[in-house]
Design a protein around this ligand. Structure first.
Ligand code: ADP
Length: 192
């Protein structure tokens, strides 16, 4: 099984690239953000708990994310060659938990693909997405800024965590969707 992590700040294009990668390499796409939004939509207990947190641009606590993740990873689909993790892990404790989960299965993270993107491009892309999708956390500048702050504080430390293991690969996320996809596929094909 392959376990790819797609990494980057909000608006980097992780979701878009994950969908393309899942299709090309027969991977199951797991987006914790999408899973959380579904919980909110269905007004489940978990959804009610995380709604305000997400709409403020903060991170959901690690324990809740783990519960959510365990629910989906156990339902493996037929023909599945692995997973593309989008928006997870987002903190060091989440990365450590993931390593433990995979180790118990005799597996490990295959690669972390990081989309590097300029801050002004983040705002442009999120503004564009806000016009097409109804995401409350995309509507308000202060919320977006908060998400970027959280990214720098809690998520960016993962870069050195994964660099140490030699499984960290960077691509220039400022390019077009097609060019980004090509760059990511080149990395995956090289390390397969
Ligand atoms: P983006 O990365 O573009 O902001 P996501 O859909 O990945 O969008 O995430 C939206 C929100 O969901 C995040 O701002 C955060 O509040 C919450 N979230 C998603 N994944 C996680 C996670 N692994 N840990 C904590 N919170 C998360």
């Amino acid at each position: 099984m392959k376990y790819y992590i797609i990494f980057g700040p909000p608006g980097a294009g992780k979701g878009t690239q994950s969908v393309l990668l899942a299709e090309k390499y027969s991977l199951t796409h797991i987006s914790t953000g999408e899973l959380l939004r579904k919980e909110i939509e269905s007004k489940s207990e978990l959804g009610l708990k995380v709604k305000a947190i997400i709409e403020n641009g903060r991170l959901v606590d690690d324990e809740t994310i783990l519960v959510l993740l365990n629910k989906v990873v156990s339902e493996s689909l037929n023909g599945n060659k692995g997973y593309i993790l989008d928006g997870y892990p987002r903190t060091i404790p989440q990365a450590e938990a993931l390593d433990r989960i995979l180790e118990a299965k005799g597996q490990k993270v295959s690669a972390v693909i990081s989309l590097e993107i300029d801050e002004e491009v983040i705002f442009q892309r999120i503004a564009l997405r806000a016009q097409m999708e109804e995401r409350k956390d995309d509507m308000d500048r202060a919320t977006i800024e908060n998400r970027i702050v959280q990214y720098h504080k809690k998520t960016e430390p993962l870069i050195s965590y994964y660099k140490e293991s030699g499984r960290y690969f960077q691509v220039d996320g400022n390019k077009s969707i097609d060019d980004n996809f090509k760059d990511i596929c080149d990395i995956i094909d090289k390390i397969k």
